[in-house]
Design a protein around this ligand. Sequence first.
Ligand code: NAD
Length: 249
Amino acid sequence: MLRLQGKVAVVTGGSSGLGLATAQRFAREGAFVYITGRRQDELDMAISLIGDRAAAVRGDVQNLQDLDRLYDRIKSENGKIDILVANAGFIDPEPLVEVTEKNFDQTFGINVRGLLFTVQKALPLFRDGGAIVLISSIAAFKGIPRYTAYSATKASVRSFVRTWTAELKDRGIRINAISPGAIDTPIIDAQAATKEGADAIRASFRAATPLDRLGRPEEIAAAALFLASDESSYVAGADLVVDGGLSAL
Ligand code: NAD
């Protein structure tokens, strides 16, 4: 029995990492999945991996016209959305004394402003009783050096889950967050200037994780499937930590 049969899902940032793994899993469970991202070549590659139960719409979550285009297309092709995974995210770690305006604005622009309007603009198409999953991070509630801006954006995401659960309760829309620990995706490489630097980041996260490894994108996809499906029918306003025990220590 497929768990998302007949559902229409949107996964932002669905061309790599957690988003791609989630889109692949949702499509295998019977959903039709729209993925978004900024680069057409990466979107094309992702569609070839997900298969014909998916479509790509190029766009930047910071650009409200791009979001309108995405939802106009879904409206004309399907008329509704059942599931939204707001996953697109950005990090460029800087210590507090070096935080630049540009980095601050970009981090908040993508992770907070972009996520807010991704959800707001989906609502007119959203089926009552649908599910929204916001990708937060354990950085929202842990002190990690150099994560000043990023961690604050993820704390905002946690806050959105609470407010929107209250605001959307009459529509039966369940909103939950996932807080991943260190998951092996390109976002780890993006935090270092060299391969050796990225290896050191991976090693330090691994050393801090009780399960003694980084997580796999498929392990976040499994959590997203749980929160997007009827398996979690009584879960709302929650933050599901998927971190190999990292935040328990
Ligand atoms: P990733 O770099 O593979 O994926 C990030 C995705 O977001 C990419 O597809 C990228 O194109 C997209 N994106 C970035 N800026 C965008 C924009 N302006 N408009 C549209 N798309 C944009 O990394 P990932 O690890 O898969 O990250 C996915 C989410 O998971 C992010 O929100 C990240 O903060 C969160 N997260 C990741 C980890 C981890 O260790 N990998 C841990 C906690 C949280």
